[in-house]
Design a protein around this ligand. Structure first.
Ligand SMILES: [Zn+2]
Length: 428
């Protein structure tokens, strides 16, 4: 997975970089203005288990309107609505509470990549404590200026229709049927993967994990299925060109009916509100109402435009041929990689289910106390730190190189990696 992060400007004390220099640097980059954000939502319910979240005016720095960012999310629940409702109410807060106060925008965007992991896991731990059994997908999108960060578990996709006419997937489908790496991970962590077995031994339907019979390999909730169904999100961060672009975030009711290309094409050049309706309508026209169908369309628009202009056809053809070439070289069969396209800069992508690789290595401290990198609880030094490498109690054969985790979060990590019997995780 690409983990390259944009080279940063040399670190200088703040007083050594006059504001005019910073502004000049931005102007030379052609990105002096923040883009405008327009969005639309449409849905058609069959079971009523899809939920969505729109927060267009969040502030990175309290009281500072120039630090605004927007958040959009879709939660597609299963086995009841409680996990979807819980994630809608708490996930964003848990992500934001994992980002330290008082850091600059660049550092904030980098920290966000890890905070999303912490927030997803904390939401799952808290939901499990309620003792309810439902589960949900979660696709959370943070738009800060031209930078888009997407974190996702499950199969609610987010696609980007860039102004160069390229449609690309910003999420990974965590479906056992389609994701061989996830099948291997689930099996290695103690789950079984197979199809539904009818009397007489006939197997039908998509690959599922057992016990539980879930088709997804990652979700929030699903306490009754097993800890190998992890809440650790795939995270991708990209920077759009100053021409902007359109995001389409939708539950599988859309994606089971429409390809990314068809969804983008169904509404290209139209306002976001109307576009969301058209995507839902097109999905229903193609496949009928088989599932809850929810769609958010988010346009990231240069401020001198009132709407996202249509991409020129000539350019579309050019990039499509480039895309085709790239696809044929792609052994994994995954959709287009943005790094092949000059206009959208890929800043970060990571999908590992190992917390050690996802949380960084810095031990967070708060007034002398160690802070758990997942639940953000502070713990006095030398008090029950035996579970982490901080106190040197990790097995020498398998040293932990991640940040400090409290006993509960350490237990969760072990359970997700199949190192703890299922019964003991269920009893928490
Ligand atoms: Zn913790």
């Amino acid at each position: 997975m690409a983990t390259d992060i944009r080279p940063r400007d040399p670190v200088l004390p703040p007083t050594m970089v006059p504001l005019a220099t910073l502004i000049g640097r931005e102007l030379r980059g052609g990105k002096s203005e923040k883009p405008a954000i327009r969005y639309g939502h449409a849905a058609f319910a069959k079971r009523g288990e899809d939920y969505f979240l729109v927060r267009p005016d969040c502030l990175r720095v309290p009281g500072d309107a120039s630090s605004s960012f927007s958040v959009f999310a879709i939660f597609d629940g299963h086995n009841g609505v409680s996990a979807a409702v819980f994630a809608k109410e708490h996930l964003l807060d848990h992500v934001m509470s994992a980002i330290p106060q008082g850091i600059g925008r660049e550092e904030w965007l980098e920290t966000l990549q890890r905070a999303l992991v912490a927030g997803f896991v904390k939401t799952d731990i808290d939901f499990q404590r309620k003792g309810e059994t439902s589960g949900t997908t979660a696709t959370l999108v943070v738009v800060d200026g031209w930078t888009v960060t997407v974190a996702s578990v499950g199969d609610s996709r987010c696609i980007l229709d860039s102004q160069d006419g390229v449609v690309s997937l910003l999420t990974v489908d965590h479906r056992l049927e389609e994701n061989i790496e996830e099948r291997e991970r689930v099996t290695a962590s103690g789950g079984e993967v197979g199809r539904l077995n009818l009397c007489g031994g006939k197997e039908i339907g998509p690959l599922r994990c057992w016990p539980g019979g879930l088709c997804l390999s990652r979700s929030i909730g699903d306490t009754d299925v097993g800890e190998f169904i992890v809440p650790i999100p795939h995270v991708k961060q990209v920077k759009l060109s100053s021409a902007g672009g359109r995001l389409i975030i939708a539950s599988d009711g859309i994606w089971d009916a429409l390809s990314s290309e068809l969804a983008a094409k169904a509404c290209r050049g139209l306002p976001a509100e109307l576009s969301a309706k058209l995507v839902v309508k097109e999905a229903l026209r193609t496949s009928g109402l088989k599932d809850d169908t929810t769609c958010l369309v988010v346009d990231i628009i240069p401020t001198d435009h009132t709407h996202l202009p249509l991409s020129p056809r000539k350019q579309q053809n050019k990039f499509k041929s480039l895309l085709f070439r790239k696809k044929s070289q792609n052994f994994s069969g995954k959709p287009n990689k943005l790094s092949s396209v000059g206009s959208v800069e890929e800043l970060f992508e990571e999908g590992s289910a190992m917390l050690e690789e996802r949380l960084g290595k810095i031990h967070l401290k708060n007034s002398g106390h160690l802070r758990c990198a997942i639940c953000q609880m502070d713990q006095a030094p030398n008090n029950d730190l035996s579970v982490t490498s901080v106190d040197g109690f990790c097995p020498a054969s398998n040293p932990w190189e991640g940040p400090y985790l409290c006993a509960d979060c350490w237990r969760k990590k072990d359970a997700m990696e199949g190192k703890r019997p299922r019964e003991s995780t269920m009893s928490r």
